[in-house]
Ligand binder design. Structure first.
Ligand code: SF4
Ligand code: MSK
Length: 626
């Protein structure tokens, strides 16, 4: 019996699969989290440092023990340096993902990336024009090559600003110039961040944090934005489509292949191979009714957005899904893949395949995908998955799948509005929609699985606040039923009316983690339509269950772009009240937005509603009492 009160998750499939995993003797993230208790208090507060080998050092938060590391760094410097290194790692991860896509684009142009093609010429031409490349009469492949070259320049060269910063509202760009936040190069900002945090370089906690913001902006308006835009060029701009979600998307009578990770360069090729007639015929021969490809985490979101491929689960479901015994193969690329999944799979017949030259895992077979061999590699591994179908043991698929709608790219949203943000702006001005919140990010075993996401979403939607989501949140909200147009019934009266009129759900799925940049582009369009800066809009961001360095970077580029952002788990900064005060209030004077930390989603909802009503009042719109 599902008992949400005493479960690790608010979802039934997680609850039942957790019981099955325990029965099968699989260790999961929850046992390991318990085994780590109590976690280190110094690290939790950001007060430990192991940047150099005069250390490791710790600063005593109670003022009794040492107040400086061996080099003399105090709590402010140590906390700021640690946070900045998290930002650099997050920016590097997303931006390196973007670089991989640019390399495929270059490979399509020179004919080496066989199997990939330009799927959206209009988007290619639009991007090329934004990069100042003449598009008139140019051959598509020549254009693709020139665009790839120009994007690579964004990574390394010193420029006054990376190209896509031009998409931000003018007031925001002026502010960034004024306070020295305009990112000059994607790799440059990450590299400089690592340099500044080396022992004996930048020892001013404020100047470190400013560089942290510039570094995060180089991801948000650079590496991640390039990742999303080039993915759209190569695989198509997402459009709304209905699919299904939860562990019930696995099929007893079909070969089940799960793709997990982030980069569509691998999963798109796998999805193509799953429709190859010879492999479908082989599946029949092996006694299966077909090949069922499903996603996990963000590479799943990429496939869901563009192909309507079903989604099995989010971050904390990645071990549990194996305990169905129904996964014939899991194919991973990189990011958010727990090193434990290969071990968990050894209890079952599941074949585990790693594919990236930069990401290897224990208990996985490595089949390296490159742009020039991905098509053939995908055929090879899918064949192995099909052949593995006959080795299945007991299968336990605990729930029926649920329908969900995804695919809300900015282009699709504006399309649904008649090509302009004006109807949305009017609905906000009229108060039918009070504002919008982007709920993004991960799961974290410190918070009941999906509780933060779904509770916050419910409270916002019922108070006429439109929710857009990405990443692991979008899976949680889809499983909770917020992703179908009928979910308008769960919204407040104003939002319900708008959703009904447009035939959309009150929670719009914008994609994967890199697709958070779609939120930036949408906000820029709204700000331009109102003639204001992003920080003036009645909007906010939230990451109720975040865990990763990438999430830190996303939160920082949201705030630096003018979006006040709520975090569920506390980042490791409480060792420095100077850093805490700057991030939670002082930044308002610098970028017009701040962070707020609140683990309880009920309280967070009240804070976010209040913030939205305050912004409405400042814009001269009607404001409700919260
Ligand atoms: Fe210790 Fe300073 Fe080295 Fe950090 S950089 S480990 S505080 S000596
Ligand atoms: S997968 S970064 S757990 S959202 Fe993008 Fe989910 Fe967070 Fe990974």
């Amino acid at each position: 019996m599902f008992d949400p009160e005493h479960s690790l998750s608010v979802t039934q499939d997680a609850d039942r699969l957790y019981a099955k995993a325990r029965e099968d003797g699989i260790e999961t993230v929850w046992e390991r989290h318990t085994a780590q208790q109590p976690q280190c208090g110094f690290c939790d507060m950001g007060l430990s440092c192991r940047i150099c080998v005069m250390g490791p050092c710790r600063v005593d938060p109670f003022g009794e023990g040492p107040q400086r590391g061996v080099c003399g760094a105090d709590a402010d410097i140590i906390v700021a340096r640690n946070l900045c290194r998290m930002i650099a790692a997050g920016a590097a991860s997303h931006s390196d993902h973007g670089r991989d896509l640019v390399e495929v684009l270059a490979g399509v142009a020179d004919g080496t990336a066989k199997g990939y093609k330009i799927r959206d010429e209009a988007k290619l031409k639009k991007l090329a024009a934004e990069y100042g490349i003449t598009t008139d009469g140019e051959d598509v492949l020549v254009l693709a090559g020139e665009l790839a070259e120009a994007m690579m320049e964004d990574y390394g060269m010193r420029r006054r600003a990376i190209n896509l910063v031009a998409r931000a509202p003018q007031k925001r760009r002026e502010l960034w110039d004024r306070v020295g936040l305009t990112p000059r190069g994607i790799d440059r900002e990450t590299s400089e961040m690592m340099h500044r945090t080396h022992m004996g370089v930048d020892n001013d906690w404020q100047s470190l944090l400013l560089q942290g913001m510039r570094n995060a902006l180089s991801d948000g308006w650079g590496g991640s934005m390039i990742a999303t835009e080039v993915s759209d060029i190569l695989f198509g701009v997402p459009t709304p489509r209905v699919t299904s979600v939860n562990a019930g998307v696995l099929k007893k009578d079909q070969v089940n292949i799960v793709v997990h990770g982030h980069n569509p360069v691998v999963s798109e090729m796998v999805s193509q191979a799953c429709t190859a007639p010879e492999l479908l015929a082989l599946a029949k021969e092996k006694g299966a009714q077909g090949i069922n490809l499903v996603g996990l985490c963000c590479t799943g979101n990429e496939l869901l957005m563009r192909r309507g491929i079903a989604m099995a689960g989010n971050h904390l479901m990645t071990e549990l899904i194996l305990s169905t015994g129904a996964v014939d193969m899991m194919i991973v690329d990189y990011q958010c893949i727990m090193p434990s999944v290969g071990q968990a799979a050894t209890c079952y017949h599941t074949k585990m395949i790693s594919t990236s030259d930069k990401a290897r895992f224990p208990h996985m077979e490595h089949h390296e995908f490159h742009p020039d061999n991905a098509e053939a590699k995908a055929m090879q591994v899918v064949r192995t998955a099909v052949e593995n179908f006959v080795n299945r043991g007991r299968v336990f698929i605990p729930v029926e799948p649920r329908e969900a709608m995804g695919g809300f790219s900015v282009e699709a949203i504006l399309g649904a509005l008649g090509g302009t943000p004006a109807p949305l702006v009017e609905a906000v001005k009229a108060g039918k929609i009070r504002g919008a919140v982007g709920i993004v990010g991960c799961n974290n075993p410190k918070i009941k699985h999906d509780y933060g996401h779904v509770t916050l979403t419910r409270r916002l939607v019922e108070n006429d606040i439109l929710v857009v989501d990405t990443g692991c949140v979008s899976v949680a909200n889809a499983k909770a039923g917020y992703k179908m147009p009928e979910a308008a019934e769960m919204a407040g009266p104003g939002l319900k009316e708008i959703c009904r009129a447009l035939g959309i759900p009150p929670v719009l799925h914008l994609g994967s983690c890199v697709d958070n940049v779609r939120i930036l582009v949408l906000l820029s369009a709204l700000a331009d339509a109102l003639g204001v800066d992003i920080s003036d809009l009645p909007v906010a961001g939230s990451a109720p269950e975040w865990y990763s360095e990438k999430a830190v970077t996303i939160a920082v580029y949201f705030v630096a772009s003018g979006v006040t952002t709520h975090l569920g788990p506390m980042p490791p900064i409480t060792g420095s009240m100077n850093v805490v005060n700057l991030l939670t209030s002082g930044l308002n004077d610098v970028v017009g937005a701040t962070f707020a930390v609140e683990p309880d989603p009920e309280k967070a909802a009240v804070f976010l509603r209040q913030h939205i009503e305050d912004k409405r009042r400042a814009l001269g719109l009607d404001a409700r009492r919260v």
